[in-house]
Design a protein around this ligand. Structure first.
Ligand SMILES: Nc1ncnc2c1ncn2[C@@H]1O[C@H](COP(=O)(O)OP(=O)(O)OP(=O)(O)O)[C@@H](O)[C@H]1O
Length: 361
């Protein structure tokens, strides 16, 4: 567990933020200039905050009251930047083992496990110039892990990659989240990335934490939607692959009931995480008939929140929340109110394959 409480003022900007990052991946999310990098720098020991306390697994890294401020190299933190920053004259293997020279905790015997997790075995004898951007980032992550950090800091590690490279690396970040066994603090601008990867989200606005919590609850909170942008508002559902059907659809079992989506390349039994955008969910008060949408999910209205010209309707389905964005006119015409039983309607093709990830459990 990482615990952070920081106060630091620059001319024209004050950071005053406190949060906890439990096991898994904690996304620091917010607009440009909201203070994400300032927090990462303070946690890494690159910025000495005017006041604050930072601990990881009960080890005090910073405590202004007690005059404690460990230098960066004594913090046991792995840092992955936007650009991989590998040594060009060293092979991948030498780059991987480099971090291990600087730490008593590193053991070369961990190399095979890290190489396997990141899928970089075939690259070990190459130099960085012969790697794609995504491969370079995987090596940079491996190098950080082999220094045996207590905590991994990742500052927009995908920002410099094009979409195909991002798609290639996302499954490895999921494995890192689920298998590395250390807290990861991950800075991102992208709601899609956060929805797919985060265990916990810390939302920042002008140097302050405006919301924090488990990813599914936070991203489907109507109060948070204006901060994300209404087009990005939506729910994160967990569902298990039940069958690949012969007409090209995959059937999933979700607490809300069965879901049908275009073929997903995941084995039967795999637990997946799906992002369902609020703007893709329609509401019907009676079971719709003669409709092409394959997913009609029985649900109950929890609450309605005005959002610009539209209304965000939070629906409960099983123990999961689905968010729907409809016009105020439709909400009035359907006489939607808390407690009303309804049907959430979702087109199978509206869930983009790139947004489907592996669930951390
Ligand atoms: N060394 C500094 N001196 C003065 N102001 C600074 C310094 N470092 C950061 N700031 C200011 O602090 C604010 C927060 O910056 P920070 O880089 O933490 O934001 P961010 O959320 O990481 O932004 P981005 O997403 O664009 O990277 C900005 O207004 C920035 O100009």
């Amino acid at each position: 567990m990482l615990s952070v409480a920081l106060r630091h003022a620059f001319a024209g900007f004050t950071l005053d933020a406190a949060f906890q990052a439990p096991a898994g991946l904690t996304a620091l999310f917010g607009r440009s200039g909201s203070g994400k990098t300032t927090i990462v720098n303070a946690v890494a020991g690159l910025l000495r905050p005017q006041s604050g306390r930072v601990t990881v697994q009960d080890i005090v890294l910073t405590d202004s009251d007690r005059g404690i401020f460990l230098p960066p190299h004594r913090r046991g933190i792995g840092y992955v930047f936007q650009d991989a920053r590998l040594f060009p004259h060293l092979t991948v293997r030498q780059n991987l083992l480099y971090g291990h020279w600087f730490t008593a905790r590193g053991r070369p015997s961990d190399l095979p496990r890290v190489v396997e997790m990141l899928g970089i075995g075939p690259l070990l004898t190459r130099r960085p110039a012969a790697l794609s951007g995504g491969e370079r980032q995987r090596v940079a992550i491996g190098r950080a892990l082999l220094s045996h950090p207590r905590l991994l800091l990742m500052d927009e590690p995908l920002a410099a990659l094009d979409q195909p490279r991002k798609d290639e690396i996302l499954p490895y970040l999921e494995r890192l989240r689920d298998q590395a066994g250390l807290p990861i603090l991950y800075v991102s601008h992208s709601t899609a990335e956060v929805a797919r990867l985060a265990t916990t989200v810390v939302l920042l606005d002008r140097g302050r934490v405006t919301a924090a919590g488990p990813v599914a609850a936070l991203l489907s909170d109507p109060a948070v939607a204006p901060l994300l942008g209404l087009a990005e508002a939506g729910a994160v559902l967990t569902a298990r692959v039940e069958a690949h059907e012969c007409d090209g659809l995959t059937r999933l079992a979700a607490p809300a009931g069965p879901l049908f989506l275009p073929r997903i390349a995941a084995p039967i039994g795999a637990l997946l995480r799906l992002r369902i955008l609020a703007q893709d969910v329609m509401i019907a008060t009676v079971p719709p008939q003669g409709i092409s949408a394959l997913n009609v999910i029985p649900a109950r209205v929890r609450d309605l929140s005005p959002a610009g010209d539209s209304v965000l309707v939070r629906l409960e389905a099983g123990d999961q929340v689905i968010l729907s964005r409809i016009t105020a006119r439709s909400a009035a015409a359907l006489d939607l109110r808390p407690g009303l039983p309804v049907h959430a309607v979702l087109k199978a093709v509206s869930v983009a394959p790139g947004t489907i990830g592996v669930s951390g459990g």
